[in-house]
Design a protein around this ligand. Structure first.
Ligand SMILES: Cc1cc2nc3c(=O)[nH]c(=O)nc-3n(C[C@H](O)[C@H](O)[C@H](O)COP(=O)(O)OP(=O)(O)OC[C@H]3O[C@@H](n4cnc5c(N)ncnc54)[C@H](O)[C@@H]3O)c2cc1C
Length: 435
């Protein structure tokens, strides 16, 4: 490969903050909000033009699982009064279904109210590291290449871009072969006759239709590696969220792979709509409304932290002494890394656990680097454990705990690894979190 040596240059330091959060998905939102509410001067950087990550820009259907999250309850109770929602008497699915535009506004207003400085259109491109301590980030935007310094940096980019560029140790995907879960471009369709339509919400939802069983029809007629049928009622009448594009063997940290995935997904969209019109009652006249701004990436880097969460921790419903996110519950949602449907190690309907589990603070503290905390799907966990904690309510809970810990480290002028987790827990309990 040829190389070009970029000349060294001075970068302007455009801000200095207590807590800098990179990424505004569920984990970054939770971290920034909690840190600011604890009194830290907090800034959130987001490459997209909205808050919410996969929940909003990624056009997710709903917040999954039976995780308890006072913060998620707060989001939905705040969102209720949004005029962006359909009027209250409109028929809709309810629950934690996502109205993408209303949620973008609600999340943003909550951050601004808490005093977080939000900066969109900003890609975090590097880390400022001195003697194994992360001191800030290098950003790229329309304004050029700039630096923001911080006493604690929270990496909530999903892929762990800051941690990777700072030199933190990680494993990509499954340790045995580096394979990651497939990626999916979410999209919404309209003009579905809800009264007659079906909504298979999992790979294991089998529904007999006039022309055959729905998942079998999907496997027979959709272009490989697409093939499963996952459809969710959206908040707008006649709209449905489609989670059916599917591309395997993609490294979500490689721009060429991401581009290939966007192309494959876009081509699959045509075939999926044609399939729904032909085979699924209620969808005869459906059409595309809009699709996510980016292909959704389920899994990339798993960073090495002071503790690695395991599938056993989840099944045994462990409450760790240093818990920072509690009462989490979901299944082992491992999508097939070779094609459509569920992986052989995944468990959806038959999933069983002894109760709800916690996530220890140690999963968020990188082994070597200081000044840095991990938040969201990039924390330390095995491939299988990750398939569970990657869902949004759990990432939100992790973010909240990490944000409080970051604020305490700043307030006490100590390293993040020296934070007394009992103090974090007291603040979380004051915010309604129960062990
Ligand atoms: C297709 C798909 C379907 C899913 N279905 C569900 C579901 O139904 N229910 C559910 O609860 N969960 C679901 N998940 C899982 C869930 O959406 C994610 O695991 C979760 O959103 C992770 O939260 P996060 O905050 O860690 O990352 P993300 O939500 O990915 O947020 C990361 C944010 O960081 C920003 N960012 C990334 N890199 C940079 C950078 N270098 N600089 C600046 N900003 C950056 C991104 O733009 C994004 O806003 C699904 C995931 C996918 C991909």
């Amino acid at each position: 490969m040829k190389f070009y040596r970029e000349p060294a240059r001075k970068l302007p330091v455009v801000a200095e903050v207590d807590v800098l959060v990179a990424g505004g998905g569920p984990a970054g939102f939770g971290a920034a909000l909690a840190a600011a509410r604890e009194g830290a001067k907090t800034m959130l950087l987001e490459s997209d033009n909205c808050i919410g990550g996969m929940a909003t820009a990624g056009m997710m259907s709903h917040w999954s699982g039976n995780t308890e999250s006072p913060l998620l309850d707060e989001i939905y109770s705040r969102q209720k009064s949004s005029v962006l929602l359909p009027p209250p008497d409109t028929e809709g699915p309810g629950g934690y279904t996502i109205s993408h535009e209303a949620q973008k506004s609600t999340l943003l207003e909550m951050l601004l109210e808490a005093g977080v400085t939000v900066q969109f259109h900003t890609f975090v491109a590097g880390a400022v590291v001195e003697d194994d301590v992360v001191k800030g980030v290098i950003i790229e935007s329309k304004s050029g290449r700039e630096v923001i310094l911080a006493r604690v940096v929270v990496d909530a980019t999903g892929d762990g871009d800051v941690a990777a560029r700072a030199g933190a140790e990680f494993v990509l995907g499954r340790p045995e072969d580096g394979q990651c879960q497939p990626v999916t471009l979410m999209f919404r369709i309209g003009n579905v006759d809800w009264a007659r339509a079906v909504f298979p919400g999992s790979f294991e939802t089998l529904i007999d239709l006039p022309k055959g069983e729905i998942q079998a029809l999907g496997r027979a007629h959709l272009p490989f590696p697409a093939g499963h049928v996952l459809l969710y009622r959206a908040p707008l009448p006649g709209e449905v969220c489609v989670n059916m594009t599917n591309v395997t063997e993609i490294d979500g940290t490689d721009v060429r792979d991401l581009t290939r995935a966007e192309i494959v997904c876009r081509r699959q969209m045509d075939r999926i709509i044609a399939f729904l019109r032909e085979f699924v009652p209620g969808y005869e006249k459906c059409y595309a409304v809009t699709c996510a701004s980016n292909v959704g990436v389920r899994e990339t880097r798993h960073f090495k932290a002071l503790y690695q969460l395991t599938a056993e921790d989840i099944v045994e419903a462990r409450l760790f002494d240093d818990w920072i996110a509690t009462r989490n519950f979901f299944n082992f949602d491992i999508h097939n890394v070779k094609g459509a449907g569920l992986d052989e190690h995944g468990v959806q309907h038959k999933f069983q656990a002894k109760g709800k589990y916690s996530i220890p603070y140690r999963c968020c503290v990188p082994v070597r680097l200081d000044g840095l905390l991990l938040s969201g799907r990039n924390i330390d966990g095995t491939h299988k454990a990750h398939s569970n904690f990657r869902v949004m309510p759990i990432c939100l809970n992790i973010g909240q705990g990490v944000g409080v810990a970051a604020a305490i480290a700043v307030k006490e002028g100590i390293r993040v690894r020296d934070v007394d987790v009992r103090k974090v827990q007291q603040r979380l309990e004051a915010a309604g979190v129960r062990p």
